[in-house]
Design a protein around this ligand. Sequence first.
Ligand SMILES: *Cc1c(COP(=O)(O)O)cnc(C)c1O
Length: 397
Amino acid sequence: MHTYKRLPLTLERGEGCWVWDKQGKRYLDALCGIAVCGLGHGHPRLVQAISEQAAKLIHTSNLYEIERQEQLGERLAAISGMDEVFFCNSGCEANEAAIKLARLYGHGKGVDMPAIIVMEKAFHGRTIATLSATGSRKVQAGFEPLVPGFVRVPFDDLAAVTKVAGNNHNVVAVLVELIQGEGGINVCHADYLHGLRKICDANGWLLMLDEVQSGTGRTGKWFAFQHSDIKPDVMTLAKGLASGVPIGACLASGAAAGVFKPGNHGSTFGGNPLACAAALTTLAIIEDENLMANATAMGDLIRNGLRAALQGTAGVRDIRGMGLMIGIELDYPCDELVKQALEPGLLINVTADNVVRLLPPLNIDRNVAKQLISMLSALIVNFLNRSRPAQTAAKPS
Ligand SMILES: *Cc1c(COP(=O)(O)O)cnc(C)c1O
């Protein structure tokens, strides 16, 4: 089906931060398959772990005990402080599990029509429930009727959440990305999470964090919430968790733990030995190779480098992000930049119309980071000079 507007590019192999197309042209991969290949491409230890597991056992069934799944569950609990994990195969599935869990939790409290607070510009997936939770008309249009039970408020606005608490007694949970990825790398204020935790505690709501994009080391900690001292009740993961082998996870703790009972939820593929071996090895490599510290350092280096290179460039509004989740906001739609970047050999993404998004491998080094800065800043300057109408420059922003 024609569901993607694809670029005219077929990639054939990769090594570290680099990928090669069928014609042998090399590209710097600053996108990682949208935050998936966090170890870059062809990491030898990962390849070996996947090969060994594939030779032993790829899939059994959740009808049986799965040793690899138990090990991964324990590892995730240890690094997150959460109590329980449900495994599935993608981000939207992890969020579906969270939504089901919140509803079941609500019914358990005697709320017959449980509702979940979600955010403007949020992205939670493309299934019918997760697109209903998503704050983008583009994602929802044509798929009405949407799933009911979501209340939308502006992102990073505690007063709006408090207001809902005062007048909607069906609310049972808040679902939020701490850094909105698809929404444009929007980083919340430092006190936002604290505030949400307080409101959730005061009202008996579950605090549910979608860390599908921001998790697994991307922001310089295992999970973005760990930049603070609070803990969520539910957290969802996917994207980078198994470095490209499909996996999703919904973690629960506190009041959210024990809500799902046998028979409440399930998945055929979820948590199979191959995906869990890939995830376990991904986590081990991130730790052993100090990749969270690297993500922090390289993220700062790339943001500062871009700020210096783009200083005074009319049309660059903001350079922001956390660790290796980086956004460069222009005051002009810049989708075209993605295609233009192929020419010098660079893979990037544009989201929310005017935000260049970078999600490079967690093991990018200083040398490649500098190449990224110089290639991208030249592209942006050139793009703005050629495409941005002069009157935009004259308009006060
Ligand atoms: C990508 C993404 C999803 C959806 O993940 P899929 O694996 O594509 O279903 C959900 N939430 C966030 C924050 C994401 O970035």
